[in-house]
Ligand binder design. Structure first.
Ligand SMILES: O=C(O)c1ccccc1NCC(=O)[C@H](O)[C@H](O)COP(=O)(O)O
Length: 269
């Protein structure tokens, strides 16, 4: 691991579970759907580029959604999602590689494998268009970025502060996510993205991850330089059980349209 900074007990537990999980058989080879192209398509279409996350539960979620992951992903695409993120971690997030495979067959947008990949073997589990690598949790980021690309994945490199951004850039990352959830208390603070984003070069595809829950949050992250938003909880709405995932997604993908901005103003007054 790349840092000895404090980690929440849930994160320690996630990492222990990740170390115990085995990789797949053989080396994965993917023909990836391009994330930058999907984000550009969404922009051209007047949608805010949102990567909607199929996240059955999590250490901070208020409940669990047992809906069919394929139906959830389809509903997110209907709501305008430019791409889908799928938690494949089974123990703490209720995910699976099988769910990702089924989703990728069912939708035509890029699909991110959101998991805690610590080494090359951890990559060879399932085909996905993007693969998450978290700077804090890996020792040889440059080697893993190269290994991911050799397999055809687009690596999404996740950072939490400016020093990690530098590490990501030195490793050759082209798609970088700034996670607003800190790993010590699991609290979200949108200022994290705002403090890191100005230091990212323009040619990087920059994602704001975690804690985006309203159209106002979307606009705030976009104004701070986010090319796209990665949103799980606000779309899954775990506590509400059968909340409408299409409507939840559409509310965010339309956050920059005039109608939505007017609705928000009306609601706030
Ligand atoms: O979401 C959690 O509770 C969590 C806890 C510990 C480590 C990671 C965690 N989440 C992973 C993610 O990065 C998020 O699922 C993703 O960024 C979406 O965040 P949100 O929109 O806040 O659900």
């Amino acid at each position: 691991m790349n840092s000895d900074t404090e980690l929440a007990p849930a994160v320690r537990s996630i990492l222990e579970a990740a170390r115990e999980r085995s990789g797949g058989e053989g080396v994965v080879a993917v023909e990836a759907r391009s994330l930058p192209e999907a984000l550009a398509d969404a922009e051209a279409d007047g949608r805010v580029p949102v990567i909607a996350e199929v996240k059955p539960t999590s250490p901070t979620a208020e409940g669990t959604r047992d809906d069919d992951p394929v139906e959830l992903a389809r509903a997110m695409v209907d709501g305008g999602a430019a791409a889908i993120s799928v938690l494949t971690e089974p123990t703490h997030f209720g995910g699976s590689a099988e769910a990702l495979t089924r989703i990728r067959e069912a939708v035509d947008v890029p699909v991110l494998r959101k998991d805690f990949v610590l080494d090359e073997a951890g990559m060879d589990v399932v085909e996905a268009d993007l693969l998450l690598l978290i700077v804090r949790f890996v020792d040889d980021l440059e080697g893993l970025v190269a290994a991911a690309r050799e397999r055809g994945f687009q690596p999404l490199v996740e950072v939490h502060d400016r020093a990690e951004l530098e590490t990501a850039l030195e490793a050759g990352a082209e798609i970088i996510g700034v996670n607003n959830r800190d790993l010590a208390r699991l609290e979200v603070d949108l200022e994290t993205f705002e403090s890191v984003a100005p230091h990212a070069p323009d040619d990087v595809t920059l994602l704001a991850e975690s804690g985006v829950s309203s159209p106002a949050d979307v606009r705030r992250m976009r104004e701070a330089g986010a090319d796209a938003l990665l949103v799980g909880s606000a779309i899954m709405d775990h506590g509400a059980g059968d909340s409408d995932v299409t409507a939840n997604t559409r509310r965010l993908t339309r956050a920059e349209s005039e109608d939505q901005a007017n609705d928000d103003d009306t609601t706030q007054t």
